[in-house]
Design a protein around this ligand. Structure first.
Ligand code: HEM
Length: 143
């Protein structure tokens, strides 16, 4: 169970990164290029983000890398998964959600696109910073 969730969470990052890039580009086109606001692209990015949140939350309770035992803050890996990964990703997910809802409420395509672009771009940057890429030495893989 743990391994399945871990690999699903790890692999889904790629779908999420791609979905965010597509939504950001769509947002930019609606904002600056007079294109139509693409609700589908935004909604897909939101759904994948929230799926990743659910997987992450379950993992948070079962992963051996998350613990609050004495000295966990001194260990780079346990500190990362217990505090840093959680916090960065929760902020990113909140921004992506806010960007989507604000865009949905805008009457004009350009305003909706701007909201999507700005919020999802900041969310994407935070996610890129919060991922335990293999080169960071935190035990994460590529898939
Ligand atoms: C939405 C953006 C997120 C992305 C892109 C993401 C991505 C990742 C990646 C790539 C790993 C390393 C997996 C591996 O290589 O084995 C990981 C691990 C982990 N993530 Fe996330 N994560 C996200 C959100 C969250 C959230 C919100 C939580 C907690 C509520 C969370 C909890 C965890 C835990 C506990 C692990 C460690 C799993 C283990 O190896 O035991 N993640 N995450």
């Amino acid at each position: 169970m743990y391994n399945i969730l871990k690999h699903a969470h790890s692999g889904l990052r790629w779908v999420l990164l791609l979905a965010l890039v597509v939504a950001i580009v769509a947002g930019f086109q609606a904002w600056k290029r007079g294109g139509q606001y693409k609700k589908g692209a935004a909604l897909f990015a939101l759904i994948v983000t929230h799926t990743q949140l659910i997987l992450g939350l379950v993992l948070y309770f079962i992963s051996p890398l998350v613990n609050f035992e004495e000295g966990f803050m001194k260990n780079e890996v346990t500190r990362f998964y217990t505090i840093e990964h959680l916090t960065t990703m929760l902020i990113a997910i909140a921004l992506i959600t806010i960007g989507y809802s604000r865009a949905k409420r805008k009457a004009e395509d350009a305003a909706a696109g701007k909201s999507l672009f700005v919020f999802m771009l900041i969310g994407l940057i935070l996610i890129l910073l919060g991922i335990p890429w293999p080169f960071r030495g935190l035990g994460g893989g590529w898939f």
